[in-house]
Design a protein around this ligand. Structure first.
Ligand code: ADP
Ligand code: MG
Ligand code: MG
Length: 251
């Protein structure tokens, strides 16, 4: 599904190499987690996959179901089934949350050659999915993320994901800043979307989230590379011992 090979990325503005040869394959139906110290390049990896400006790929490739992502506009990547839940969700004053969701859903359907969803069907679906995430009707009417609490913003990211039903979901520290109950809601939202045809890349600092979203594979990223890959036990090891042992072992 998602296949990243030898990905090297540097900043456009300054001559700074951030990703130094990332290799990663996420199979359909699998949940891969990436953990790693601050500044190791986890967010950069997710931004580059989603098509954010400011980064230059100097070597390597990233494909989604065999199609190269790196040459595509961000919206084409979304239409191809890629979704990124941001570490820092953006506020969009003046754009109602519901309008935003409906526009996104229909733009994606259009890009895939499908008919628009009827207003009635959309309303029914968005209410149902919002309810599961404890997002109330008022939050659906307000401008996207404006005045939302940290936890509400993160839940709103999951609502977007649930509405768009992507093939490949990337969550960048969606658990950071969440209390235990909100984290459980986010995890439930993700688990509800787990499906044989869908892959997940869950970036997190903490084992906590992985108690609820059970990953199939755990990767440790440091200094722009994946330095170790294992099963869920790897996340437990990090929780107990920190990254020092793994960094030493690799060095
Ligand atoms: P992580 O998500 O693992 O904490 P990031 O991908 O956010 O790491 O950052 C990786 C490194 O790249 C850090 O040293 C960060 O300061 C640097 N970096 C990322 N984006 C920029 C930028 N736009 N300008 C300057 N430095 C950046
Ligand atoms: Mg960070
Ligand atoms: Mg980050």
């Amino acid at each position: 599904m998602l296949e990243i090979k030898n990905l090297h990325v540097q900043l456009k503005e300054e001559d700074k190499q951030i990703l130094k040869g990332v290799d990663l394959t996420v199979e359909p139906g699998k949940v891969h987690a990436i953990m790693g110290p601050n500044g190791s390049g986890k967010s950069t990896l997710s931004y580059v996959l989603a098509g954010r400006e400011g980064y230059e790929v100097t070597e390597g490739s990233a494909t989604l179901n065999g199609v190269s992502l790196l040459d595509m506009e961000p919206e084409a990547r979304a239409a191809a089934g890629l979704f990124l839940a941001f570490q820092y969700p953006v506020e969009i004053p003046g754009v109602g949350n519901m309008t935003f969701l409906r526009t996104a859903v229909n733009a994606q359907r259009k890009a895939r050659g499908e008919d628009e969803m009827s207003a009635t069907d959309f309303l029914k679906l968005v209410r149902e999915r919002a309810k599961a995430l404890k997002i109330d009707a008022d939050m659906l009417k307000r401008p996207v993320n404006v005045g939302f609490s940290g936890g509400e913003k993160k839940r709103n990211e999951i609502l977007q994901m649930a509405m768009l039903e992507p093939k490949m979901c990337i969550l960048d520290e969606t658990d950071s800043g969440l209390d235990v109950d909100a984290m459980k809601l986010v995890a439930d939202g993700v688990n509800a979307l787990r499906d044989e045809g869908r892959g997940f890349l869950v970036i997190t600092h903490y084992q906590r989230l992985l108690d609820h979203i059970k990953p199939d594979v755990v990767h440790i990223m440091a200094a722009g590379r994946i330095i170790k890959t294992g099963g869920p036990e790897l996340a437990l090891e990090v929780e107990t011992n920190g990254y020092a042992d793994i960094l030493n072992e690799v060095a």
